[in-house]
Design a binder for this molecule. Structure first.
Ligand code: ADP
Ligand code: MG
Length: 615
């Protein structure tokens, strides 16, 4: 039999390898900007078009390349950064594999213009799909400009796999955040489709964070500083009260390189435990400086995962350092979730006059009557006295108009005894219901009983409701007495702008949208003012993962997020009226068996099922 093994031609091998290095436009941005930093640039410009699909250009004022080096730089494993294996253990540069330029040139049209300080004249090279198209001697400024056009032009499958321009733009922005945070002493300019995205002057770490995430960030930062023989930890954490629904602002840098480390992240979570609201994420910007010999960045081609020699020590140190900072800046005692919230008096009530409590007697109440589910009626004399909402715990206490909602929002999240405001919405098909473990509602049907997951059922009801509002564009919105000013980072504002139209159809009314904040003057009727910030954050965080391309899926996602955020949760006590209404609303839905997230809403247990158990 003839031999069948062949060596792949270089351009094919390059294309295959390119798949590892270049997953999407943001990978090209990362490689090119890191090369510019390795070349000692103090000023870097990033210019992109159409989410980087059409054009990515990185211009630096670094050391440039000679004509020969310029040509060689496109060869696989051509690098000026390491020479021998041992060098891998003493890395001070971002790159070292010598693969990036070869990979990029294999799958795009590339033009490089470069000149070193010592040369009078520069070099221009055009290369397309690994083939050199031209190399000329030209006049050029000192430094290097890399222009990458038509990414994946020769791999249609990869090109089609790319997401919308906005999504790719977002990935590039994420990458830009990481690199520019790791190098505050380098000035960066970033342009997208001809307009400014970021103009970042050379500065220090704190100011760089503020320039990127907005003016308001400054007051949220708490410094972290610790040095031992193993590691130097520096940077900032965000005060716990600013913990967000989205995970956006979490950055670890190891020796000026952005890294991902679920393990070390866990250490931070540990330090924040008990001082942030459940379901929110602490923000942090932390630099770890370790001996380059004790860190291995070679385990992943995209190089964000690293391995530290002594991870356990690092973990413990990180946790205690962050805890220390939280304590030192007195940010811990302000919030304490360990306390029994039922016994807790909201701060704003502390200094108020106590008046005589009003006792409301239901004169129509007759303990021998059959159960009439209606709010405020204790129903049959066996249930414990009902509380309309946590507010009624404080009846008789003079309220003051300055009772700021932010003080109360934790309490109001805990017990929501009534989810339906309109009690006149009388229930036609009355059934007897029972709440089990603050999680299920049990009701009877002809053949037996139904056990309904309260949270999923409510999600289904809200979801269909919101979707209907969006479709018929007839949302009911409540005007806020004072417009709310919420601050967001420029990136978050961009997302808000994209989904704004849809938000309006569900009842949000927007005032001015500035660069780092937004004014909200109206909200959907179901939304409580104190929850607006949380809801917006949840929305942004969901859409950050992915903005659906067409408007239908965008509406769908919006309805889902709102349903998820506003639904009653497990652990909430529902009064009988609410239970019955929920059951009836659920069974009036188009789809009743599945939640918007495809989870089973209820199970039925028939009389037969029960009887079988008694055999
Ligand atoms: P690596 O960065 O891993 O060495 P690359 O393929 O990214 O591999 O680059 C190959 C070589 O080209 C680098 O080692 C460097 O010598 C040179 N080079 C790339 N980009 C630049 C630049 N912007 N300025 C100067 N030299 C560069
Ligand atoms: Mg490189």
């Amino acid at each position: 039999m003839a031999d069948i093994i062949r060596l792949l031609p270089d351009h094919v091998a390059n294309q295959i390898a390119a798949g590892e290095v270049v997953q999407r436009p943001s990978s090209v941005v990362k490689e090119l900007v890191e090369n510019a930093i390795d070349a000692g640039a103090t000023e870097i410009q990033l210019i992109i078009k159409d989410g980087g699909k059409t054009l990515i250009q990185v211009v630096d004022n670094g050391k440039g390349m000679s004509g020969t080096d310029a040509r060689l730089s496109f060869e696989r494993h051509a690098t000026s950064k390491i020479q021998k294996a041992e060098d891998l253990f003493n890395l001070h540069t971002k790159g070292f594999r010598g693969e990036a330029l070869a990979s990029i040139a294999a799958i795009a049209h590339v033009e490089m213009l470069t000149r070193t300080e010592d040369d009078d004249i520069g070099t221009k090279i055009k290369i397309e799909g690994s083939k050199i198209v031209s190399q000329e001697v030209v006049v050029a400024p000192k430094g290097t400009s890399m222009l990458v056009k038509n990414l994946f032009f020769n791999i249609p499958a990869r090109r089609n796999f790319l997401k919308s321009d906005q999504v790719e733009f977002r990935h590039i922005t994420d990458e830009f955040h990481r690199i520019s945070l790791a190098h505050p002493q380098v000035a960066f300019n970033f342009y997208n489709n001809g307009s400014d995205v970021f103009q970042l002057p050379a500065t220090d770490f704190r100011k760089r964070i503020v320039h990127i995430f907005g003016r308001k960030t400054d007051e949220k930062l708490v410094p972290v500083d610790e040095e031992t023989h193993v590691v130097k930890i520096s940077g900032y954490i965000q005060k716990p009260e600013f913990a967000k629904k989205s995970r956006g602002e979490q950055f670890f840098f190891a020796n000026n390189r952005f890294i991902k480390s679920p393990y070390l992240h866990h250490a931070i979570l540990g330090a924040f435990e008990g001082v942030i609201r459940p379901g929110t994420h602490p923000g942090y910007f932390l630099n770890l400086e370790v001996d380059p010999g004790t860190i291995d960045i070679n385990i992943h081609p995209t190089k964000t995962e690293v391995k530290f020699d002594d991870e356990h020590t690092l973990y413990a140190m990180l946790k205690s350092t962050v805890k220390h900072s939280l304590g030192q800046f007195n940010v811990v005692p302000a919030l304490d979730f360990e306390q029994n919230q039922n016994l807790d008096t909201p701060y704003s009530y502390k200094n108020k006059q106590v008046g005589i409590p009003q006792v409301v007697v239901d004169s129509t109440f007759n303990p021998f009557e059959t159960v009439q589910p209606s709010r405020g009626n204790s129903g049959g004399g066996y249930s414990k006295p009902k509380v309309d909402g946590w507010e009624s715990l404080y009846t008789g206490i003079e309220t003051n108009t300055d009772t700021s909602a932010s003080h109360l929002e934790f309490e109001s999240e805990v017990v929501n005894s009534s989810i339906f405001d309109n009690e006149k919405d009388s229930v036609e098909h009355t059934t007897t219901t029972f709440q089990l473990r603050k999680k299920y509602i049990i009701t009877t049907i002809k053949s037996g009983m139904v056990v309904i997951n309260q949270s999923r059922a409510h999600q289904r009801v809200l979801y269909e409701n919101f979707l209907k509002n969006i479709t018929i564009k007839e949302a009911v919105s409540q005007q806020l007495l004072f417009p709310l000013s919420l601050s967001f980072s420029p990136g978050e504002i961009n997302i808000l702008k994209e989904i704004k139209e849809n938000l309006c159809t569900v009842g949000f009314v927007f005032g001015e949208i500035a660069e780092d904040g937004v004014e909200i003057s109206g909200v959907p009727v179901l939304v409580v003012e104190s929850e607006v910030q949380m809801i917006m954050e949840q929305l942004i965080s969901d859409f950050q993962q992915e903005i659906p391309g067409d408007s239908f899926s965008q509406s769908d996602m919006l309805a889902k997020t709102l349903a998820k955020t506003l639904s009653v949760k497990t652990g909430e006590t529902l009064d009988e009226f609410s239970q019955v209404k929920l059951v009836n609303d659920l069974f009036a839905c188009k789809e009743t068996t599945l939640s918007p997230f495809n989870k089973r809403v209820y199970v039925t247990i028939t009389e037969n099922d029960i009887e079988r158990k008694f055999i």
